[in-house]
Design a binder for this molecule. Structure first.
Ligand code: IMP
Length: 428
């Protein structure tokens, strides 16, 4: 099965970094298809944590080709910083990184606009990462975006940048009272990234086509999660791209008929960052314990994550939307210190039980979770590498999830390090 897509099944932060890093050992190509440096994938190398925001998690394996697809929005300063971090760690990127010539570039005015809108009383606060993601995708759809290939001809780049600059300057001043830095300063800064962008620039569709034709194992790495998808998530409390598996086709230029399997990554409980409905959120000591034991603080912004019990309505929705045929379950060890562990199997709303994701935000905001309870295990699962060695109640919890979801597990993660994993099935 040479082409696999890996998606997050909740609101992001499911532990995709570690899972993709493990799957990429069997892959030849690892490709990112959506989002930007709003994502943060933590990977442990020789016991040391590295956070990747843009470059695919396969980069730590020397023989893998890493692709940043056209569906990704790229902040050149973040890319340069990440490349420098990897080079310092001794990772060679030469002939291993390909950045799509069609990827839209995040400009400083996008970040100003993101933060301006978030702090304005005129608009609903989304709780964005402030990385300029939404405004960059908005410009892409408005056909005003600047793409990697625009850096080839600096006169054309200047023209496009100037047109955008003049517009954004007025909007930012008028709406948010923000002064934007001088044109020449911003343009000179931008040109400073030209060399690095052009050095890695490639045609992601052509690269993917070649790799697929050669029957290589291709792993398409999703960012964020299903519930943050701009079409299918808890809109407007979502990110601005398609994080679901379909985004891999448009975001990399690969045909849907070439995708062989879709794997989901899901945490043994639920978290979300930013605003928006979250039916199983725990605002009590249990929520605090999940946050503390799970180190639930954003790897991009450092914000404390909202925590709650596992939500099977969300998980089933993710399975349906993406065609998920196997799951990587993460952070089971974070549940080690509870007497009772709960799974939400449906939502109660106006006296009725709903088992499917309601399209209305109002229903989601005002429903009450219906829980199935499992006995806790109060034993250490961290570091366990063999399913049989798990405490009986942990096995019952995992088997219970499998039954509720109707999909089996590829792996169960019992800690942040690569070896802290129960491997059950191969991805490719
Ligand atoms: P944006 O993507 O920065 O525009 O943020 C929109 C929403 O998506 C906010 O609620 C963010 O907290 C959330 N978000 C974006 N990227 C991630 C991620 O990688 N993990 C978790 N939440 C994210």
């Amino acid at each position: 099965m040479p082409v696999a897509v890996v998606v997050g099944m909740q609101w992001g932060d499911e532990g995709k970094g570690k899972v993709v890093d493990l799957f990429s050992r069997e892959a030849d190509v690892v490709a990112r298809y959506s989002g930007g440096n709003n994502a943060g994938h933590t990977i442990y190398q020789d016991g040391k944590p590295y956070v990747l925001h843009l470059i695919p998690s396969g980069i730590f394996h020397p023989d893998k080709l890493c692709v940043i697809g056209n569906g990704v929005v790229v902040d050149p300063s973040a890319l340069a910083e990440e490349i420098a971090m990897l080079e310092k760690a001794g990772v060679s990127l030469e002939n291993r990184l390909s950045l799509s010539d069609r990827a839209n570039i995040i400009m400083p005015y996008h970040c100003l606009s993101d933060r301006g809108r978030e702090s304005s009383s005129q608009f609903k606060k989304i709780g964005t990462t402030g990385r300029g993601i939404g405004p960059t995708y908005a410009d892409k759809m408005a056909r005003a975006g600047i793409r990697t290939a625009d850096f080839v001809d600096t006169d054309r780049l200047r023209e496009k940048f100037l047109a955008n600059y003049e517009e954004k300057k007025k909007v930012l001043k008028h709406l948010y009272g923000h002064e934007i830095p001088e044109f020449s300063q911003l343009f000179d800064d931008l040109l400073g990234y030209r060399e690095i962008l052009l050095k890695y620039m490639g045609d992601s569709h052509a690269v993917m086509k070649r790799q697929i034709a050669e029957n290589k194992n291709v792993l398409c790495e999703g960012a964020q999660g299903v519930m943050l998808d701009v079409d299918h998530g808890t809109y407007p409390y979502v990110t601005s791209s398609n994080s679901t598996a379909g985004g891999a086709c448009t975001g990399l230029g690969i045909p849907p008929t070439k995708i062989d399997r879709v794997a989901g990554v899901i945490k043994a409980y639920t978290t979300r960052v930013g605003e928006g409905p979250f039916p199983t959120e725990l605002l009590d000591a249990d929520g605090e314990q999940l946050r503390k034991d799970g180190h639930e603080f954003g790897s991009t912004t450092g914000r404390p994550r909202r925590c709650g019990w596992f939500d099977a309505v969300v998980a089933r929705y993710a399975i349906e939307l993406n065609g998920i045929d196997a799951i990587a379950l993460t952070k089971i060890d974070v549940l080690d210190n509870f007497d009772v562990v709960k799974v939400c199997t449906g939502y109660r709303h106006n006296g009725k039980i709903i088992e499917e994701m309601p399209p209305s935000l109002d229903v989601l905001e005002n429903c009450e979770p219906v829980y199935k309870e499992f006995k806790g295990w109060r034993e250490k699962t961290s570091g366990v590498e063999d399913f049989q060695k798990l405490p009986d109640n942990a096995k019952r919890y995992i088997d219970g999830l499998r039954e509720i979801l109707g999909v089996g597990f590829l792996m169960i993660s019992t800690g942040p390090q690569a070896q802290e994993t129960i491997c059950l099935e191969k991805l490719f």
